[in-house]
Design a protein around this ligand. Structure first.
Ligand code: NDP
Length: 498
């Protein structure tokens, strides 16, 4: 039995917690993904008695169930990045020829070997995450949890037996799952869950969508030698990113042989002897061995019994939370994709950390969504931090200086690869503050992490300019962009605190 005898003070108000009640746990977390594991470990480090539940996963099945580590580790960022590394070697080998490497005409790629290595790594990481939990003293239950009261979680164990636990606080961190548009024949398509574990490498692929997952998988399969058709509704991929950088990504994908079908919807998928026939709304017919729907993800709230307990959901069925990740039921909290705030692993980690500090660390802390950098691991990758040019025009008052640099990376001068790296900085003319940075080119995410620290510190363009470059590197371009390419004017009314 437990019950931390602490008061929580949030925004100056002392929370009245039932000091007398005793619970099985101080905290019961449903979902052991990035956010859930972080929140439970940190809460335990503050002295809380913590339990977490998660279903086990089957490493070589594409069936979508659980796994300690969650989407990021089991069927998201990590396996995806392994495949990106795998796919990158193909073009790298081509580039190596002019560097003197004698590579025969035929280079073979063994998909099954990579798949096996990837699975081994995921199993290893799953074990590490389990150890992290047990080392922190967190009790892991293998099973599915649902909320049956403000302080009660019902756990369905693997043998089907149900058992209830009481907890002073319940944290929901169940993530999201891929959603599919209702196109006739949609059952023939796969999502990223299956794409990461296909038994055979497809030779012809159609990808629907143009978000992170779509452009990443288009790059992966193209790098591995498949013919790839990328169909999407907008004129450019990656809605929400800077338009100029979206055009760079489109150019690079095309340059590497991905067939782009902008302003295209799919109307039907039909199974044929030759593969899956994909019909577009332009009347085109494409034949594919695999069709990937990368059309967004939906919060995982269906089986949690939340409506019965009175937890409010929004119209996307995401859990509504306040700035501290608390739901309308004071003892129930939620973090990560299930809240549909900013669906990125490091953001779920931040929310988990803030939750633990707020609830058990006596330091109420709100997650800070300003200057969150991100990357899409297409090949080459795009990485950004801060505002896009379109956002800056909409949100910032006054003149904005746009600095751009388009250059041939040094490596390409010898390899002969025709692909420019593009960088962009947006600077507020009046204050000299750097509002946003973008880069599309090799190592962009590695470079952008450092730029993100500068922006977080409120760096000015003068400070960028006074920073000595690392030579020869692509990154040094960020400190040598002297003359603005153009000036644009932001909205009259300021919306952003600079
Ligand atoms: P995104 O929300 O990024 O993109 C969804 C794409 O699907 C858009 O191009 C959208 O088109 C299109 N789409 C949606 N519905 C339909 C439809 N009915 N018909 C045709 N196209 C449709 O989703 P993803 O699936 O790529 O990624 C899911 C989440 O995972 C994202 O929130 C992202 O944050 C996260 N993620 C992050 C990664 C990273 O950090 N590197 C990697 C992978 C995923 P339109 O633009 O026209 O609406």
């Amino acid at each position: 039995m437990s019950g931390l005898g602490r008061k929580m003070i949030i925004d100056g108000e002392v929370e009245k917690i039932d000091e007398e009640a005793h619970y099985d746990f101080d905290l019961f977390v449903i979902g052991a993904g990035s956010g859930g594991v972080r929140a439970s470990r940190f809460s335990a480090q503050y002295g809380a008695k913590v339990a977490i539940c998660e279903l086990p996963f089957h490493p070589i099945s594409s069936e979508v169930i659980g796994g300690v580590g969650g989407t990021c580790v089991i069927r998201g960022c990590v396996p995806k990045k392994i495949l990106v590394y795998g796919a990158s070697f193909g073009p790298e080998l081509e580039d190596a020829r002019n560097y003197g490497w004698e590579i025969g005409e035929r280079v073979d790629f063994n998909w099954k070997k990579l798949l096996h290595k990837k699975t081994e790594e995921i199993v290893r990481l799953n074990g590490i995450y389990k150890r992290l939990l047990s080392n922190a003293g967190v009790k892991l239950f293998e099973g599915e949890g649902r909320v049956v009261g403000p302080n009660e979680v019902e756990l369905t164990q693997l043998d089907g037996a149900k058992i209830s636990y009481s907890a002073k606080h319940i944290l929901i961190a169940t993530g999201s799952r891929a959603q599919r548009p209702a196109i006739p024949g949609q059952e023939l398509a796969i999502t990223s869950d299956e794409a990461l574990s296909l038994e055979e490498l497809p030779k012809r692929v159609v990808v629907l969508g143009a978000g992170y997952i779509a452009v990443e998988f288009a790059s992966i399969w193209r790098g591995m030698g498949a013919a790839v058709d990328l169909c999407f509704r907008k004129e450019l991929p990656l809605r929400g990113f800077d338009d100029e950088m979206r055009a760079v990504v489109a150019r690079n994908l095309e340059g590497r042989g991905v067939n782009l079908h902008p302003q295209t919807n799919l109307t039907q998928l039909v199974k044929t002897d030759d593969g899956i026939k994909v019909v577009t709304d332009h009347g085109e017919e494409l034949i594919a061995d695999a069709v990937l729907f990368a059309t967004g993800r939906a919060p995982n709230t269906k089986r949690l019994n939340l409506e019965a307990v009175g937890v409010e959901l929004d119209k996307t069925r995401a859990i509504k939370v306040d700035e501290y990740s608390r739901t309308n039921i004071p003892s129930i909290w939620a973090i990560g994709d299930v809240t549909n705030r900013m669906n990125l692993t490091p953001v779920a980690l931040m929310e988990g950390t803030c939750f633990a500090k707020t609830v058990f660390g006596e330091q109420p802390t709100k997650p800070d969504y300003i200057h969150v950098p991100c990357a899409t691991f297409c090949i080459p990758p795009l990485s950004v931090v801060g505002l896009s040019e379109e956002q800056a025009i909409e949100q910032v008052n006054g003149e904005i200086l746009v600095f751009t640099s388009t250059f041939n990376p040094m490596k390409n001068t010898i390899s002969g690869r025709q692909e420019k790296t593009v960088m962009k900085l947006l600077v507020h003319a009046e204050t000299d503050k750097v509002l946003g940075a973008s880069m599309c080119g090799p190592d962009a995410p590695e470079i952008m992490q450092g730029i993100a620290i500068a922006l977080k510190c409120g760096a000015t363009k003068a400070q960028f300019d006074s920073t000595v470059g690392i030579h020869p590197s692509a990154a040094e371009e960020f400190v040598t962009m002297r003359t603005p390419t153009r000036r644009v004017t932001g909205a009259v009314k300021p919306k952003t605190n600079l």
